[in-house]
Design a protein around this ligand. Structure first.
Ligand SMILES: Cc1ncc(COP(=O)(O)O)c(C=O)c1O
Length: 370
Protein backbone atom coordinates (compact mmCIF):
# COMPACT_ATOMS: atom_id res chain seq x y z
CA UNK A 1 0.00 0.00 0.00
CA UNK A 2 1.56 3.27 -1.13
CA UNK A 3 -0.28 5.85 0.99
CA UNK A 4 2.12 8.63 0.09
CA UNK A 5 1.77 8.06 -3.65
CA UNK A 6 -2.02 7.78 -3.40
CA UNK A 7 -2.34 11.09 -1.51
CA UNK A 8 0.12 12.86 -3.81
CA UNK A 9 -2.42 12.49 -6.62
CA UNK A 10 -4.58 15.06 -4.77
CA UNK A 11 -1.73 17.21 -3.49
CA UNK A 12 -3.08 20.51 -4.85
CA UNK A 13 -6.65 19.95 -3.60
CA UNK A 14 -5.47 18.72 -0.18
CA UNK A 15 -3.21 21.75 0.29
CA UNK A 16 -6.09 24.05 -0.70
CA UNK A 17 -8.28 22.30 1.90
CA UNK A 18 -5.60 22.86 4.57
CA UNK A 19 -5.40 26.59 3.70
CA UNK A 20 -9.19 26.91 3.78
CA UNK A 21 -9.49 25.33 7.24
CA UNK A 22 -6.51 27.26 8.62
CA UNK A 23 -7.85 30.57 7.31
CA UNK A 24 -11.42 29.79 8.40
CA UNK A 25 -10.26 29.46 11.98
CA UNK A 26 -12.88 26.93 13.09
CA UNK A 27 -11.12 23.63 13.70
CA UNK A 28 -13.74 21.52 15.51
CA UNK A 29 -17.37 20.84 14.46
CA UNK A 30 -17.72 23.49 11.79
CA UNK A 31 -18.72 23.81 8.14
CA UNK A 32 -16.27 21.19 6.81
CA UNK A 33 -17.69 18.44 9.04
CA UNK A 34 -21.28 19.50 8.19
CA UNK A 35 -20.57 19.45 4.49
CA UNK A 36 -18.71 16.10 4.56
CA UNK A 37 -21.48 14.53 6.64
CA UNK A 38 -24.10 15.59 4.09
CA UNK A 39 -22.00 14.37 1.17
CA UNK A 40 -21.18 11.03 2.78
CA UNK A 41 -24.80 10.33 3.78
CA UNK A 42 -25.80 11.01 0.15
CA UNK A 43 -22.98 8.83 -1.11
CA UNK A 44 -24.16 5.96 1.11
CA UNK A 45 -27.75 6.54 -0.06
CA UNK A 46 -28.97 7.17 3.46
CA UNK A 47 -30.16 10.18 5.43
CA UNK A 48 -27.75 10.79 8.32
CA UNK A 49 -24.02 10.77 8.83
CA UNK A 50 -22.20 11.67 12.05
CA UNK A 51 -18.42 12.15 11.85
CA UNK A 52 -16.51 10.66 14.79
CA UNK A 53 -12.91 10.04 15.83
CA UNK A 54 -12.37 6.54 14.40
CA UNK A 55 -14.05 3.39 13.13
CA UNK A 56 -13.82 1.80 16.58
CA UNK A 57 -15.53 4.83 18.10
CA UNK A 58 -18.24 4.69 15.43
CA UNK A 59 -19.09 1.10 16.45
CA UNK A 60 -18.82 1.88 20.16
CA UNK A 61 -21.05 4.96 19.97
CA UNK A 62 -23.67 3.10 17.91
CA UNK A 63 -23.88 0.42 20.62
CA UNK A 64 -24.05 3.06 23.39
CA UNK A 65 -26.74 4.98 21.53
CA UNK A 66 -28.74 1.74 21.31
CA UNK A 67 -28.41 1.45 25.12
CA UNK A 68 -26.50 -1.79 24.83
CA UNK A 69 -24.40 -2.51 27.91
CA UNK A 70 -23.64 -4.85 30.79
CA UNK A 71 -25.57 -8.13 30.62
CA UNK A 72 -26.25 -7.80 26.89
CA UNK A 73 -24.83 -9.97 24.13
CA UNK A 74 -23.77 -8.79 20.69
CA UNK A 75 -23.12 -11.27 17.87
CA UNK A 76 -19.87 -10.63 16.01
CA UNK A 77 -17.98 -12.56 13.32
CA UNK A 78 -15.30 -14.84 14.78
CA UNK A 79 -12.91 -13.70 12.03
CA UNK A 80 -12.57 -9.92 11.84
CA UNK A 81 -10.39 -7.03 12.93
CA UNK A 82 -10.31 -7.14 16.75
CA UNK A 83 -11.76 -3.60 16.80
CA UNK A 84 -15.19 -5.09 15.98
CA UNK A 85 -15.08 -7.01 19.26
CA UNK A 86 -13.51 -4.17 21.26
CA UNK A 87 -16.50 -1.94 20.60
CA UNK A 88 -18.74 -4.52 22.28
CA UNK A 89 -16.40 -4.98 25.22
CA UNK A 90 -16.06 -1.19 25.67
CA UNK A 91 -19.74 -0.79 26.38
CA UNK A 92 -19.75 -3.66 28.90
CA UNK A 93 -21.59 -6.16 26.68
CA UNK A 94 -20.30 -9.62 25.67
CA UNK A 95 -19.19 -10.47 22.14
CA UNK A 96 -20.71 -13.75 20.91
CA UNK A 97 -18.76 -15.08 17.92
CA UNK A 98 -20.36 -16.65 14.87
CA UNK A 99 -18.14 -18.35 12.31
CA UNK A 100 -17.71 -17.05 8.76
CA UNK A 101 -18.16 -18.88 5.48
CA UNK A 102 -14.73 -19.92 4.18
CA UNK A 103 -15.44 -18.82 0.59
CA UNK A 104 -16.65 -15.24 1.21
CA UNK A 105 -14.97 -14.75 4.64
CA UNK A 106 -18.21 -13.16 5.90
CA UNK A 107 -20.50 -14.19 8.76
CA UNK A 108 -22.47 -17.34 7.87
CA UNK A 109 -26.18 -16.45 8.26
CA UNK A 110 -27.07 -20.16 8.60
CA UNK A 111 -25.19 -20.24 11.92
CA UNK A 112 -26.78 -17.10 13.31
CA UNK A 113 -30.00 -18.44 14.77
CA UNK A 114 -28.36 -20.95 17.13
CA UNK A 115 -26.21 -18.21 18.73
CA UNK A 116 -29.16 -16.02 19.68
CA UNK A 117 -30.22 -16.00 23.34
CA UNK A 118 -32.66 -13.93 25.37
CA UNK A 119 -29.79 -11.50 25.99
CA UNK A 120 -28.88 -10.90 22.32
CA UNK A 121 -29.39 -7.22 21.46
CA UNK A 122 -27.52 -6.76 18.19
CA UNK A 123 -25.55 -8.38 15.38
CA UNK A 124 -22.52 -6.67 13.88
CA UNK A 125 -22.17 -7.73 10.24
CA UNK A 126 -18.67 -6.95 8.97
CA UNK A 127 -18.21 -6.40 5.23
CA UNK A 128 -14.80 -8.00 5.41
CA UNK A 129 -12.13 -7.07 2.86
CA UNK A 130 -14.66 -4.81 1.09
CA UNK A 131 -17.21 -7.50 0.22
CA UNK A 132 -20.74 -7.04 1.60
CA UNK A 133 -22.09 -9.62 4.04
CA UNK A 134 -25.36 -11.37 3.14
CA UNK A 135 -27.50 -8.66 4.74
CA UNK A 136 -31.00 -9.89 3.78
CA UNK A 137 -30.33 -13.28 5.34
CA UNK A 138 -28.96 -11.64 8.51
CA UNK A 139 -31.77 -9.07 8.66
CA UNK A 140 -34.50 -11.68 8.31
CA UNK A 141 -33.22 -13.63 11.35
CA UNK A 142 -32.62 -10.46 13.38
CA UNK A 143 -35.86 -8.62 12.53
CA UNK A 144 -37.95 -11.64 13.61
CA UNK A 145 -36.41 -11.27 17.09
CA UNK A 146 -36.20 -7.54 17.44
CA UNK A 147 -32.41 -7.60 17.29
CA UNK A 148 -30.56 -4.59 15.87
CA UNK A 149 -28.29 -5.02 12.86
CA UNK A 150 -25.12 -2.92 12.69
CA UNK A 151 -22.88 -2.86 9.64
CA UNK A 152 -19.14 -2.69 10.19
CA UNK A 153 -18.32 -1.03 6.87
CA UNK A 154 -14.79 0.02 7.88
CA UNK A 155 -13.38 -1.79 4.83
CA UNK A 156 -16.21 -1.32 2.36
CA UNK A 157 -16.80 2.34 1.41
CA UNK A 158 -18.83 2.29 -1.80
CA UNK A 159 -19.56 -1.47 -1.97
CA UNK A 160 -23.07 -2.51 -3.01
CA UNK A 161 -25.35 -5.32 -1.89
CA UNK A 162 -28.14 -6.17 -4.35
CA UNK A 163 -27.59 -2.75 -5.87
CA UNK A 164 -27.74 -0.85 -2.56
CA UNK A 165 -24.81 0.87 -0.91
CA UNK A 166 -23.38 -0.54 2.29
CA UNK A 167 -24.01 1.95 5.08
CA UNK A 168 -27.73 2.01 4.25
CA UNK A 169 -28.61 -1.64 4.87
CA UNK A 170 -29.05 -2.10 8.63
CA UNK A 171 -30.03 0.05 11.62
CA UNK A 172 -26.68 1.86 11.55
CA UNK A 173 -23.24 1.48 10.00
CA UNK A 174 -19.71 2.28 11.13
CA UNK A 175 -16.98 3.50 8.78
CA UNK A 176 -13.27 4.00 9.40
CA UNK A 177 -11.22 6.62 7.57
CA UNK A 178 -7.88 5.21 8.73
CA UNK A 179 -5.34 6.32 6.08
CA UNK A 180 -5.12 2.95 4.27
CA UNK A 181 -8.89 2.51 3.90
CA UNK A 182 -10.60 2.92 0.49
CA UNK A 183 -11.62 6.37 1.73
CA UNK A 184 -8.75 7.34 4.00
CA UNK A 185 -8.06 10.56 5.89
CA UNK A 186 -4.60 11.97 6.57
CA UNK A 187 -4.94 10.74 10.13
CA UNK A 188 -7.67 9.01 12.13
CA UNK A 189 -11.37 9.46 11.48
CA UNK A 190 -14.65 7.61 11.34
CA UNK A 191 -18.37 8.01 10.75
CA UNK A 192 -21.75 6.55 11.57
CA UNK A 193 -24.42 6.42 8.87
CA UNK A 194 -28.05 5.66 9.63
CA UNK A 195 -31.58 6.27 8.45
CA UNK A 196 -32.71 6.70 12.06
CA UNK A 197 -32.82 10.41 12.97
CA UNK A 198 -33.15 9.82 16.71
CA UNK A 199 -30.17 7.45 16.77
CA UNK A 200 -28.09 9.96 14.79
CA UNK A 201 -29.00 12.66 17.31
CA UNK A 202 -27.93 10.48 20.26
CA UNK A 203 -24.59 9.81 18.56
CA UNK A 204 -24.13 13.57 17.94
CA UNK A 205 -24.51 14.06 21.68
CA UNK A 206 -22.27 11.13 22.65
CA UNK A 207 -19.39 12.27 20.39
CA UNK A 208 -19.35 15.69 22.08
CA UNK A 209 -19.36 15.06 25.88
CA UNK A 210 -23.11 14.32 25.78
CA UNK A 211 -23.60 17.99 25.23
CA UNK A 212 -25.84 19.71 22.66
CA UNK A 213 -25.05 23.20 23.86
CA UNK A 214 -22.24 24.86 25.78
CA UNK A 215 -22.19 24.16 29.53
CA UNK A 216 -24.93 21.54 29.37
CA UNK A 217 -24.25 17.82 29.65
CA UNK A 218 -27.26 15.65 28.90
CA UNK A 219 -25.53 12.25 28.92
CA UNK A 220 -22.15 10.90 29.99
CA UNK A 221 -20.58 11.24 26.57
CA UNK A 222 -17.12 11.14 25.03
CA UNK A 223 -14.83 13.31 23.00
CA UNK A 224 -14.84 11.64 19.59
CA UNK A 225 -15.28 14.20 16.84
CA UNK A 226 -14.13 14.06 13.25
CA UNK A 227 -12.07 17.25 13.04
CA UNK A 228 -12.50 19.98 10.44
CA UNK A 229 -9.18 19.33 8.75
CA UNK A 230 -9.80 15.60 8.26
CA UNK A 231 -13.34 16.34 7.05
CA UNK A 232 -11.97 18.80 4.49
CA UNK A 233 -9.43 16.21 3.27
CA UNK A 234 -12.12 13.52 3.11
CA UNK A 235 -14.38 15.76 1.01
CA UNK A 236 -11.57 16.07 -1.53
CA UNK A 237 -11.00 12.33 -1.63
CA UNK A 238 -14.70 11.34 -1.63
CA UNK A 239 -15.02 12.85 -5.12
CA UNK A 240 -12.49 10.27 -6.38
CA UNK A 241 -13.72 7.24 -4.42
CA UNK A 242 -15.82 5.68 -7.18
CA UNK A 243 -13.02 6.09 -9.69
CA UNK A 244 -10.55 4.46 -7.28
CA UNK A 245 -12.96 1.63 -6.50
CA UNK A 246 -13.48 1.01 -10.24
CA UNK A 247 -9.74 0.75 -10.64
CA UNK A 248 -9.51 -1.70 -7.73
CA UNK A 249 -12.21 -3.80 -9.48
CA UNK A 250 -10.35 -3.79 -12.76
CA UNK A 251 -7.07 -4.78 -11.06
CA UNK A 252 -8.81 -7.47 -8.98
CA UNK A 253 -10.42 -8.94 -12.13
CA UNK A 254 -6.99 -9.13 -13.73
CA UNK A 255 -5.54 -10.79 -10.62
CA UNK A 256 -8.36 -13.36 -10.68
CA UNK A 257 -7.76 -14.00 -14.37
CA UNK A 258 -4.00 -14.52 -13.94
CA UNK A 259 -3.83 -16.40 -10.65
CA UNK A 260 -6.11 -19.41 -11.24
CA UNK A 261 -3.46 -21.84 -9.98
CA UNK A 262 -4.43 -25.28 -8.62
CA UNK A 263 -4.26 -25.24 -4.83
CA UNK A 264 -4.67 -21.48 -4.51
CA UNK A 265 -8.15 -20.48 -3.31
CA UNK A 266 -9.31 -17.17 -4.77
CA UNK A 267 -11.99 -15.01 -3.14
CA UNK A 268 -15.55 -15.87 -4.22
CA UNK A 269 -17.92 -13.04 -5.11
CA UNK A 270 -21.63 -13.92 -4.80
CA UNK A 271 -23.82 -12.67 -7.68
CA UNK A 272 -25.44 -10.04 -5.43
CA UNK A 273 -22.17 -8.51 -4.23
CA UNK A 274 -20.26 -5.58 -5.71
CA UNK A 275 -17.12 -5.58 -3.57
CA UNK A 276 -14.63 -2.72 -3.47
CA UNK A 277 -11.57 -4.91 -2.91
CA UNK A 278 -10.17 -3.17 0.15
CA UNK A 279 -8.02 -6.28 0.28
CA UNK A 280 -7.49 -9.11 -2.18
CA UNK A 281 -7.19 -12.17 0.04
CA UNK A 282 -6.29 -15.65 -1.16
CA UNK A 283 -5.98 -18.87 0.81
CA UNK A 284 -3.37 -21.59 0.77
CA UNK A 285 -2.64 -24.35 3.30
CA UNK A 286 1.10 -23.52 3.10
CA UNK A 287 0.48 -19.80 3.44
CA UNK A 288 3.70 -18.99 5.33
CA UNK A 289 5.88 -20.73 2.73
CA UNK A 290 4.00 -18.95 -0.06
CA UNK A 291 4.47 -15.61 1.71
CA UNK A 292 8.20 -16.32 1.99
CA UNK A 293 8.39 -17.24 -1.71
CA UNK A 294 6.71 -13.99 -2.68
CA UNK A 295 8.98 -11.98 -0.40
CA UNK A 296 12.05 -13.59 -2.02
CA UNK A 297 10.65 -12.46 -5.37
CA UNK A 298 10.23 -8.88 -4.16
CA UNK A 299 6.47 -8.96 -3.48
CA UNK A 300 5.28 -7.77 -0.06
CA UNK A 301 2.13 -9.36 1.35
CA UNK A 302 0.31 -9.14 4.66
CA UNK A 303 -1.97 -11.31 6.78
CA UNK A 304 -5.42 -10.05 7.77
CA UNK A 305 -5.61 -11.49 10.41
CA UNK A 306 -2.93 -13.77 11.89
CA UNK A 307 -4.62 -13.89 15.32
CA UNK A 308 -8.41 -14.10 15.60
CA UNK A 309 -10.01 -11.91 18.28
CA UNK A 310 -10.85 -14.83 20.61
CA UNK A 311 -7.16 -15.78 20.73
CA UNK A 312 -5.98 -12.26 21.53
CA UNK A 313 -4.54 -11.63 24.99
CA UNK A 314 -7.28 -9.10 25.62
CA UNK A 315 -9.86 -11.91 25.58
CA UNK A 316 -7.89 -14.50 27.56
CA UNK A 317 -9.82 -15.67 30.59
CA UNK A 318 -13.16 -14.22 29.54
CA UNK A 319 -15.83 -15.90 27.44
CA UNK A 320 -15.50 -17.08 24.71
CA UNK A 321 -12.07 -18.24 25.98
CA UNK A 322 -11.86 -22.00 25.64
CA UNK A 323 -14.44 -21.96 22.85
CA UNK A 324 -13.22 -23.57 19.64
CA UNK A 325 -13.74 -21.55 16.52
CA UNK A 326 -12.27 -23.84 13.86
CA UNK A 327 -13.11 -21.69 10.84
CA UNK A 328 -11.53 -18.55 12.29
CA UNK A 329 -8.49 -20.57 13.31
CA UNK A 330 -8.22 -22.13 9.87
CA UNK A 331 -8.52 -18.76 8.12
CA UNK A 332 -5.88 -17.15 10.34
CA UNK A 333 -3.45 -19.84 9.16
CA UNK A 334 -4.36 -19.73 5.47
CA UNK A 335 -5.22 -16.17 4.41
CA UNK A 336 -2.78 -13.98 2.53
CA UNK A 337 -3.44 -10.42 1.31
CA UNK A 338 -1.84 -9.72 -2.06
CA UNK A 339 -0.89 -6.16 -3.04
CA UNK A 340 -3.85 -4.28 -4.52
CA UNK A 341 -4.49 -0.52 -4.50
CA UNK A 342 -5.55 2.06 -7.07
CA UNK A 343 -2.00 3.36 -7.50
CA UNK A 344 -0.95 0.06 -9.06
CA UNK A 345 -0.55 -0.40 -12.80
CA UNK A 346 -1.64 -3.41 -14.83
CA UNK A 347 2.07 -4.26 -15.12
CA UNK A 348 2.36 -4.24 -11.30
CA UNK A 349 -0.51 -6.74 -11.10
CA UNK A 350 1.15 -8.92 -13.71
CA UNK A 351 4.37 -8.85 -11.68
CA UNK A 352 2.44 -10.03 -8.61
CA UNK A 353 0.72 -12.76 -10.63
CA UNK A 354 4.05 -13.89 -12.14
CA UNK A 355 5.78 -14.02 -8.75
CA UNK A 356 2.81 -15.95 -7.37
CA UNK A 357 3.02 -18.48 -10.21
CA UNK A 358 6.76 -18.95 -9.66
CA UNK A 359 6.28 -19.31 -5.88
CA UNK A 360 3.52 -21.88 -6.41
CA UNK A 361 5.74 -23.88 -8.80
CA UNK A 362 8.63 -23.76 -6.30
CA UNK A 363 6.28 -24.87 -3.50
CA UNK A 364 4.97 -27.79 -5.57
CA UNK A 365 8.46 -29.04 -6.46
CA UNK A 366 9.61 -28.70 -2.83
CA UNK A 367 6.60 -30.80 -1.79
CA UNK A 368 7.36 -33.41 -4.46
CA UNK A 369 10.97 -33.59 -3.30
CA UNK A 370 9.89 -34.44 0.25
C1 LIG B 1 -13.42 -4.33 10.12
C2 LIG B 1 -12.90 -3.17 10.92
N1 LIG B 1 -13.66 -2.68 11.92
C3 LIG B 1 -13.27 -1.63 12.66
C4 LIG B 1 -12.05 -1.02 12.45
C5 LIG B 1 -11.62 0.11 13.32
O1 LIG B 1 -11.40 1.30 12.62
P1 LIG B 1 -10.36 2.39 13.19
O2 LIG B 1 -8.98 1.90 12.92
O3 LIG B 1 -10.67 3.63 12.41
O4 LIG B 1 -10.66 2.54 14.64
C6 LIG B 1 -11.23 -1.49 11.42
C7 LIG B 1 -9.93 -0.82 11.18
O5 LIG B 1 -8.94 -1.25 10.84
C8 LIG B 1 -11.66 -2.59 10.64
O6 LIG B 1 -10.90 -3.07 9.65
Amino acid sequence: MDVRGLNRRFSRELRAALERVMDGGQLILGPEVDSFERAFADYCETTHCVGVGSGLDALHLILRAMNIGAGDEVIVPSYTCTATWLAVTHCGASPVPVEPRCDTFNLDPDLLERSITARTRAVIAVHLYGQPADMDAILSVARARNIKVIEDAAQAHGARYKGRRVGSLGDAAAFSFYPTKNLGALGDGGAVTTGDAALAERIRLLRNYGSASRNRCQSAGFNSRLDELQAAFLSVKLAFLDRDNDRRRMLAARLVEHTAFPGLVLPRVPSWAEPVWHLFVVRHPLRDELMRGLRERGIATMIHYPVSPHLQEAYAGSPPAGMTLPMAERLQGETLSLPLHPGMSVEDVDLVAGALRDSMVALASAEEGL
